[in-house]
Design a binder for this molecule. Structure first.
Ligand code: GRF
Length: 204
């Protein structure tokens, strides 16, 4: 059994894509829990509807929230294999990152190292891409390190945006590819097909 946790702050369409993949795949993958910095959002609602355990996390001790330290304990005890950030808007504390080296991945809706970094999330990314005049955008999935959108790139997919007339249109084109790339890559992790060699990541 390959156990993953999905962290999300918003509508949860990537979570849904992952859930659909996990449910139709012959691979033995379990979404162990869905974690949010919110107490209500689309992703939590989706998880509750599917009977997946949900957790709200906070950097400080708060009623109704676990801390990141609580999560480290829980994930170690339950042997979580992979932590997937899919639209999670809070910065992950350094000690959490240290606890799971190269086991936290993030999906970013542009081609890193372009259009990343602090403040580059959601429509901010697509507006910047649109204003740049670039003809391609895409999806990047990377390991999470202590700097925003900086860790080793694992997988990318280009998207032709030459006919896109608005940032919203770019967002839609990119999202369609996110929903393919993320589940497929999780499958590769579950099959131990993601290998790291120095600073490069290969999918074998
Ligand atoms: C996605 O575009 C993802 O790349 C970004 O945040 C968005 C989350 O969308 N990090 P959803 O909540 O999965 O629908």
């Amino acid at each position: 059994m390959y156990k993953i946790c999905v962290f999300a702050s918003g509508r949860g369409s990537n979570l849904k894509a992952v859930w659909e993949y996990v449910n139709s795949s012959s691979l033995d993958i379990e979404i162990y829990c869905v974690v949010s910095d919110k107490t209500e959002c689309g992703a939590l609602e989706f998880a509750e509807g599917k009977g997946i355990k949900t957790v709200s996390v906070s950097g400080k001790a708060r009623n109704g929230f676990l801390t990141y330290d609580d999560l480290i304990g829980e994930f170690k005890t339950n042997k979580i294999d992979l932590i997937v950030l899919a639209g999670f808007l809070k910065k992950i504390p350094d000690n959490f990152i240290d606890a799971f080296p190269e086991r936290i991945i993030n999906i970013h809706p542009a081609l890193l190292p372009l259009f990343g970094g602090k403040g580059m999330y959601g429509m901010n990314v697509h507006k910047a891409v649109y204003n740049s005049g670039m003809k391609v955008s895409g999806v990047t999935i990377h390991f999470v390190d202590k700097i925003y959108d900086h860790g080793k790139i694992i997988a990318q997919k280009c998207v032709d945006i030459s006919n896109a007339r608005s940032p919203e249109e770019i967002a839609g084109l990119v999202l369609r590819q996110e929903h393919k790339l993320l589940p497929e890559l999780i499958g590769k992790f579950a099959e131990s097909k993601v290998k790291i060699d120095n600073s490069k990541v290969y999918i074998i």
